[in-house]
Each structure stands twice: as structure tokens, then as C-alpha cells.
Design a binder for this molecule. Structure first.
Ligand SMILES: O=P(O)(O)O[C@@H]1C[C@H](O)[C@@H](CO)O1
Length: 293
């Protein structure tokens, strides 16, 4: 089913398309990833740290979209991190780029069909919790899917059992074992700026109004962002465990007479500032995670 549903762009992802993309990539790389990583705004430097890199521009990969956002390089990078074979999206796709939500998650399905047993999503976010500072990292404990509540969900459309069930539980969306591991590693690395909290997903591309920020905070969210949740939903449908790490790149404006405003440059700048810490952190996580079977 392609076209519009409830006024939103809608596209059903074909299992065969995913398999064709998997085949294309398998024929061109010897890396067999067990871990998939998605780099958020300004956090793509992580992909450059992989050993034995083999990279593909999104524009050359069948069925992939192209990245249109500064800070999202648009490359799928295979390699080794922390002794494990991994695949890394150096840049992601967002709903606000005009892509149907199911379409922006095709790459997640591909990475899982390639063999990934765990997904690490990283993202940039605006801090709502007044205890959070710019440069803090937050392990995602849960999310609020605002667009999902009004019909923007990557699982809307006809279903294919080969991807997993239609009715996906999300009460365990963010794996407790991985959250605990991340906190343990942060402590070992002396990262006293690691928090754990709730991410609220809004479609973007506008930054929030003051009243929206107040509403999100009332709902219990600690940070707000424009991505990750569709990717997490698809990974959970396919039975893959998720760890989410959000970098607080700016503080959300919560007073009506503030002179400063949010902007993408600041987001990228904070990403650059925390790049090395983030790389060290994710590499340690990659080294220490264990997979069954
Ligand atoms: O891809 P992420 O979620 O890290 O990017 C955030 C949300 C918007 O794309 C952008 C706003 O500056 O950064």
C-alpha cells in the first residue's frame, strides 16, 4: 500500500526489497555485523573510528533514501568496533525530510536482516528537565511517540509476518540489561554527566514552542527530539534489543520572553564537543555487550 493514509504519506515496505538490499550489501562486504548503530546529528564521527572500514554512500544502495540534513553524512559504514563486527548509519532519515515513516526505517530492517542482534540509536535532543545540562548524555528509558498517537507509525500498512508481529509491545522498548550496562560503563569512564530519562518524539522540523515544551515536561519527558522512535519500533517488531543514547545539545526554551532561540548549528556544535566521549562510550559498549546464541 503506497500513497496517503489519514492524510500522511504511507508506504508499505516489501520484504523482497529488503532482501534485495541485503543481498547487494552482502556481495560487497565481508563484514557480518552483529551490532547496528545509528549516528544522530553531529555524531557521525563514530563511524570514522571503525576498523577495517567498508563504506557505501546511501545514494548507491538500492532502496535506500538519501540524507538531506547537515551533520548526516549519508553513508553506511561496515567495520569493527570493540572487537565486534558492526554496521553504522553515518546519518539517518527523518520524517520531516518528507519521507514516509515506514520508508525511513527500511535501513533498520536491512541492518537486522544482515545479522544485527542489537540496535544502538543515538540522537541529539533538547533538554526539558531543568537538571539536564548541554553536553549531558541520556540513556533512553522510554519514549513518548507523539506522531504515533496521531497515526504516524512505521507499522501502519499491510503487514508481513516475516518482519514480525503487527501488534508490538513497547513496554520493554529499551532493554534493561543494556541500560544497566551503559550506566556501569559510564561510571567506569567517569562520565558523571550520564542521565537516564524519557525522550519525546515530535515530527519536526520546527523546534518546539514554549508551551509545547511545558506540555512535554508535564507529560514526563526529559528531552525532546525528531527521530529514533520509528527506528526503535521497527527493531522491536523484528525482535532486536535496543539501547538509546541521547545527547542534550541545547536547552529547550521554557520562558516566553527569552531572547535566545534553538538552532541546528548549536546542535552540531555540541555534537562536535562531545564526539570523542561519545565514541569512547559506544566503543566500550560494543566491546562489552554479549549476545545469546
Ligand atoms: O537525527 P537527530 O535526531 O540526532 O537530529 C536532531 C533532530 C533534528 O534532525 C536536528 C535538529 O537540530 O537534530
Amino acid at each position: 500500500m503506497n500513497g496517503y493514509k489519514n492524510g500522511y504519506p504511507c508506504q508499505t515496505i516489501k520484504y523482497e526489497d529488503v532482501q534485495n538490499t541485503v543481498k547487494y550489501l552482502r556481495n560487497r562486504t565481508t563484514i557480518r555485523p552483529v551490532l547496528a548503530i545509528i549516528c544522530g546529528s553531529g555524531l557521525g564521527g563514530l563511524a570514522n573510528t571503525l576498523e577495517d572500514q567498508e563504506a557505501f554512500a546511501y545514494k548507491d544502495i538500492p532502496n535506500f533514501l538519501v540524507s538531506t540534513v547537515p551533520g548526516h553524512a549519508g553513508r553506511l559504514v561496515f567495520g569493527r568496533l570493540g572487537g565486534k563486527e558492526v554496521v553504522c548509519m553515518q546519518g539517518r532519515f527523518h520524517c520531516y525530510e518528507g519521507y514516509p515513516v515506514a520508508r525511513i526505517t527500511l535501513s533498520v530492517r536491512v541492518m537486522i536482516e544482515l545479522g544485527a542482534k542489537m540496535l544502538i540509536v543515538t540522537n541529539a535532543s533538547g533538554g526539558l528537565n531543568s537538571d539536564y545540562k548541554v553536553g549531558d548524555l541520556m540513556v533512553m528509558k522510554d519514549h513518548i511517540n507523539l506522531p504515533g498517537l496521531t497515526g504516524i507509525n512505521p507499522l501502519i500498512g499491510s503487514t508481513d509476518d516475516r518482519f514480525g508481529p503487527r501488534f508490538v509491545p513497547l513496554s520493554d522498548a529499551y532493554n534493561k540489561k543494556y541500560r544497566d550496562l551503559a550506566k556501569e560503563i559510564a561510571q567506569e569512564l567517569g562520565m558523571d554527566y550520564l542521565k537516564e530519562g524519557i525522550y519525546v518524539f515530535q515530527s519536526g522540523p520546527c523546534f518546539e514552542t514554549v508551551t509545547e515544551c511545558c506540555l512535554f515536561r508535564m507529560l514526563g519527558a526529559d528531552v525532546t527530539g525528531m527521530s529514533s522512535v520509528p527506528e526503535v519500533i521497527v527493531a522491536r517488531q523484528m525482535g532486536v534489543d535496543v539501547l538509546g543514547i541521547s545527547l542534550v545539545t541545547n536547552k529547550c526554551i521554557r520562558t516566553y520572553d527569552a531572547v535566545e532561540v534553538a538552532n541546528h548549528e548549536e546542535v552540531l556544535e555540541t555534537g562536535r564537543m562531545r564526539a570523542k566521549d561519545m565514541e569512547r562510550f559506544v566503543a566500550k559498549i560494543a566491546e562489552r555487550v554479549e549476545f545469546k546464541g
